[in-house]
Design a protein around this ligand. Structure first.
Ligand code: AQP
Length: 333
């Protein structure tokens, strides 16, 4: 059997440049490396602080369009919608019993995202779905016997938890029902930071949207966001994440788009000021996003949705087979 590669993006808002460089670009590069399963993680999106029922279908379509514009071939790559495959929910429901509350509450992403649910009076109402998010993700992966999981570095801990759950179940039942997955990262875009606060991740749900570049942003807005990005007073283009996080982030963005070496950029801007450097970054990013937006405009939506529907059916067959096998193992069949 060809090795299987699987990943997904939540339709919580518009796709960001961080999502694109950390994950979607990798998906496209991996298309010939095995059987690729890429989904829209709409069940995951329910636990987001950004969750808006009325916008969900539009957001799902937007994620699909970005996948397509990024070059995913929907005939060979199985692009599907998570909630259309009921086995994801069934697997999640079974796997939560092989996971502890302790290990879930230690997840960094849970701690980070919990803070987004703080209310003005200091209290917080954190949805249980945020805590159990990694278990749903483990189910996504284990249902398809996927072994390569292309993600941004922030998801590393979740893939490690999936490994632990798979090994735990294999050992408990003395079987090899689950393959053991490995995370797979890009060389440069593993973590793109917010432009206004370069100490935090660029995210769809960051409060100040001036720090986030959305793929659907107007090109002039993107230029403005980059020109106003937080830098420092050293006025020297260097890669130093500790003392120059803003400049380092911009170097990383350019290198990730152009697939170039950081030293090359540092040399190129050795005697130049930040305005000249930012203008260059804005040119590179605007050009890149303009091309993506042009591809998005050309998409035949009906054709795209037909292909997704076929992929949903195909994925249902695979996932049902696995959940049945697992139900037998745990005595539900
Ligand atoms: N800033 C980032 N840099 C690199 N990779 C990133 N990813 C997300 N942000 C960055 C990667 O994108 C993939 C899909 O992410 P997701 O939408 O499923 O969830 P997320 O990580 O929670 O993304 P956001 O943008 O931060 O969304 P919200 O704000 O809704 O929670 C993952 O592989 C992730 O690593």
């Amino acid at each position: 059997m060809k090795k299987r590669i699987l990943s997904g993006i939540q339709p919580t808002n518009q796709i960001t440049l961080g999502n694109f460089l950390g994950a979607i670009k990798l998906f496209e590069q991996l298309q010939n490396e095995g059987e690729l399963f890429i989904f829209v993680a709409d069940l995951h999106a329910l636990s987001s602080n950004n969750y808006e029922p009325k916008k969900m279908q539009e957001n799902i379509l937007n994620v699909l369009k970005v996948y397509y514009a990024a070059g995913l071939d929907f005939d060979t790559t199985k692009v599907f919608i998570q909630s259309k495959i009921p086995a994801h929910t069934e697997m999640f429901n079974a796997l939560i019993n092989f996971t502890t509350i302790g290990e879930l509450s230690r997840m960094t992403q849970f701690k980070d995202k919990s803070s987004k649910f703080k209310m003005n009076n200091g209290t917080e109402k954190i949805p249980t779905g945020l805590l159990t998010y990694p278990v749903l993700m483990a189910g996504d992966i284990l249902l398809y016997d996927a072994t390569i999981i292309p993600v941004g570095i922030d998801q590393k801990q979740h893939v490690e938890l999936t490994r632990d759950i798979a090994i735990r179940i294999n050992n408990k039942f003395n079987t090899k029902i689950f393959e053991i997955p490995e995370p797979y990262f890009s060389k440069t875009g593993t973590k793109i930071y917010d432009l206004i606060n370069p100490k935090i991740k660029m995210s769809k749900s960051n409060e100040n949207t001036n720090g986030t570049i959305f793929i659907n942003d107007d090109i002039q807005i993107i230029r403005k966001k980059i020109m106003s990005a937080m830098t420092d007073n050293l006025n020297s283009v260097n890669y130093d994440k500790e003392n120059q996080p803003g400049i380092s982030n911009l170097i990383n963005i350019v290198c990730s788009i152009n697939e170039c070496d950081k030293d090359q950029i540092i040399m190129q801007f050795k005697d130049k000021n930040y305005k000249e450097f930012k203008t260059y970054v804005a040119d590179v990013v605007c050009d890149f996003i303009h091309n993506l937006q042009t591809e998005i405009k050309k998409i035949d939506i009906n054709n795209l949705l037909n292909k997704v529907e076929k992929n949903n059916q195909y994925c249902n067959e695979i996932a049902n087979k696995k959940i049945n096998e697992f139900y037998k193992l745990i005595g539900l069949k």
